[in-house]
Design a protein around this ligand. Structure first.
Ligand code: ADP
Ligand code: TZD
Ligand code: MG
Length: 580
């Protein structure tokens, strides 16, 4: 029987029967399935849903904008392997959350966007209801699955379907549409309780076919210069020990994609992170584990990948359609990463021939050279700071605090931080992901702190920060141990551009010079620090992470230090018309 039965009603027989309603059934269904946190923004028709959820012991984190709540839910899903819940109001609130839902789907993060909506009868006749919109139709192409519930007795099934769709197979975003009228619908409490569904084994193991495993092993064994690429799917799978065993027992150098950094520590002797160009050029067999051959890997072809036809690919992924998406996959292994990697380990047995020593040595020595070459630049104490000086200071802090999360967005701020800051534990680095989207910063930071209680260091460009900056109030309100470092170079890529038209308007990529983002945090009772040297920066960040006080450090970066689009300037189209 529901613990939150809403009311009593006197039936025709004169006997009292207990009632429940849509509000309570949604809450009971979430709780029954262990979904104990909601990220959202209140308003018609879901204000009471948030209140009642809070009363029922669900943690409800209210944001200042739905997009940030959606990003929070998505990364909570990534960290927990269960769908993160975002709750929005109809039409505009729903649309604000939709970017995050689409981004979750693109990144294979499980989340459910639950949105209130207006009445079907009015929406379908387009009679102009309050915040009228056919939300289900709009959500559908942007997520993995979309459902609407019209009857209170279907809420249990609706939420069960949403959970399964989000986490089974390739994870992704799911939309659940709850019209206002549904929430107030009353039904018999016992009938309501019976209608709830506890989802058993929401993401069933998917065991790879033995023949596929044998084929993969064949290909790996034939390699002279093997390489493993670990992606965020591998981090998501939480098969950390098995993956580490596979790398160490086979002795194959590995390259982590950005969110897979720390799955094995970045200072591991087999890490090829600092020898990226070499291994992509030279490897003859590439074992992809939970990583896609998308733009981030130049689609598995082109100059970066050495001579055409020089590679054979093994790919481990839960999504069969990912195979051959960009290049031929010689050995597809379809299944969940835990099962696939375990099957490979078993098939390898004890008679495993380690990767050729000469190759491993070549990779190691290249990595060491590159690391040594970078080292002196990371120690500079210039003011204003350059990226290397500032990130050199943060690199040491992250090394000393492997348990802290690192949230990272921006262009130069992202690209330099990714290569300079080593990670030591799985799933600690959270960033812009597959789309390179700006705006994840505060949502990801809030969710990481809420879900784990661990300290969070957010290293964000001044532009990137602007997309979600108002959530510093949320960080202060919930007293979260988040330290935001804004890399303030007065703009996007560089703050030094001038208006090419010569007018008095600022250039398109520059912001107010010398802005003091630290004062935004002070406005809400947090700590603000203006840091002009790496030493000052390190002191401020250490103090913040020690105390857990919400802090924003305005890190003053040389406005000339960055480059256009960071490391991906080559993706900008070139005009054929000569510059005047
Ligand atoms: P990255 O950007 O780090 O390269 P991607 O997001 O491109 O990572 O790729 C992640 C891949 O991992 C996706 O193709 C997805 O289908 C896959 N994946 C996610 N979870 C699992 C899992 N549990 N088992 C197997 N594959 C998974
Ligand atoms: N809008 C969204 C949602 N995502 C984007 N990626 C962009 C716009 C375009 N964009 C980038 O790709 S990086 C970036 C934008 C606006 C900001 C870079 O400036 P920054 O970092 O201050 O964050 P640096 O250190 O100045 O390069
Ligand atoms: Mg900037």
């Amino acid at each position: 029987m529901s613990t939150t039965a809403a009311a009593k009603e006197t039936a025709a027989s004169g006997a009292e029967r207990e009632l429940t309603d849509g509000f309570h059934l949604v809450i009971d269904a979430l709780k029954l399935n262990g979904l104990d946190t909601i990220y959202g923004v209140p308003g018609i028709p879901i204000t009471d849903l948030g209140r009642m959820a809070q009363a029922a012991g669900i943690r409800v984190i209210s944001f200042r904008h739905e997009q940030n709540a959606g990003y929070a839910a998505a990364i909570a899903g990534y960290l927990n392997k269960k769908p993160g819940i975002c709750l929005t109001v109809s039409a505009p609130g729903f649309l604000n959350g939709l970017t995050a839902l689409a981004n979750a789907t693109t990144n294979c993060f499980p989340m459910i966007l639950i949105s209130g909506s207006s009445e079907r009868e009015i929406v379908d006749l387009q009679q102009g209801d309050y915040e009228e919109m056919d939300q289900l139709a709009i959500a559908k192409p942007l997520c993995k699955a979309a459902y609407r519930v019209l009857h209170a007795e279907d809420i249990g099934i609706g939420i069960a379907r949403a959970i399964r769709a989000a986490v089974s197979g390739r994870p992704g975003g799911v939309y659940l549409d709850l019209p206002a009228k549904l929430l107030g619908q009353a039904i018999d409490a016992e009938k309501g309780a019976r209608s709830l569904v506890k989802v058993i084994d929401a993401a069933p193991a998917q065991i790879p076919a033995p023949a596929a495993v044998a084929r993969a092993l064949e290909v790996i064994r034939s390699a002279k210069r093997p390489l493993v690429i670990l992606g965020k799917g591998a981090a998501y799978a939480q098969a950390d020990d098995a993956i580490r065993s596979l790398v160490e027992r086979s002795g194959i150098p590995y390259l982590p994609m950005s969110m897979a950094k720390g799955l094995l520590p970045d200072d591991h002797p087999l890490s090829a992170g600092a020898a990226r160009s070499l291994v992509l050029q030279e490897a003859d067999v590439v074992v992809m584990i939970g990583a896609r051959l998308n733009w981030l890997l130049s689609h598995g072809k082109g100059k970066q990948w050495g001579a055409p036809g020089s590679k054979r690919f093994v790919q481990i992924d839960i999504e069969p359609r990912e195979m051959d998406s960009n290049v031929e996959i010689a050995a597809p292994v379809v299944g969940d990463i835990g099962s696939c990697v375990s099957a490979l380990l078993t098939a390898m047995g004890s008679g495993w021939q380690a990767a050729p020593a000469e190759w491993v040595k070549e990779v190691r020595s290249k990595a060491e050279d590159n690391i040594a070459r970078m080292a002196p630049r990371l120690m500079n104490n210039n003011a204003p700071m350059d990226y290397h000086g500032a990130l050199g200071a943060l690199r040491t802090i992250v090394k000393d605090r492997p348990d802290a999360f690192l949230v990272n967005e921006g262009a130069n701020t992202l690209d330099f931080a990714r290569s300079i800051i080593d990670m030591y534990r799985p799933r600690k680095r959270l960033d812009v992901g597959t789309w390179g989207v700006m705006g994840i910063g505060m949502g990801f930071s809030i969710a990481a702190a809420v879900e784990t209680g661990k300290p969070v260091l957010a290293v964000v460009g001044d532009s990137a920060f602007g997309f979600s900056g108002m959530e510093v109030e949320t960080i202060c309100r919930y007293k979260l141990p988040v330290c935001v470092v804004v890399f303030n170079n007065n703009g996007i890529y560089r703050g030094s551009d001038v208006n090419p038209g010569g007018g008095s308007d600022a250039a398109t990529t520059v912001f107010v010079k010398g802005a003091r983002y630290d004062r935004m945090m002070e406005a809400f009772g947090g700590r603000g620090v203006n840091a002009t040297t790496p030493d000052e920066l390190a002191r401020a960040v250490n103090a913040a992470l020690d105390s857990g006080t919400p802090t924003l450090v305005n890190a003053v970066i040389d406005e000339n230090a960055g480059t256009e689009s960071g490391r991906i300037g080559n993706l900008n189209p070139q005009s054929v018309v000569k510059k005047k």
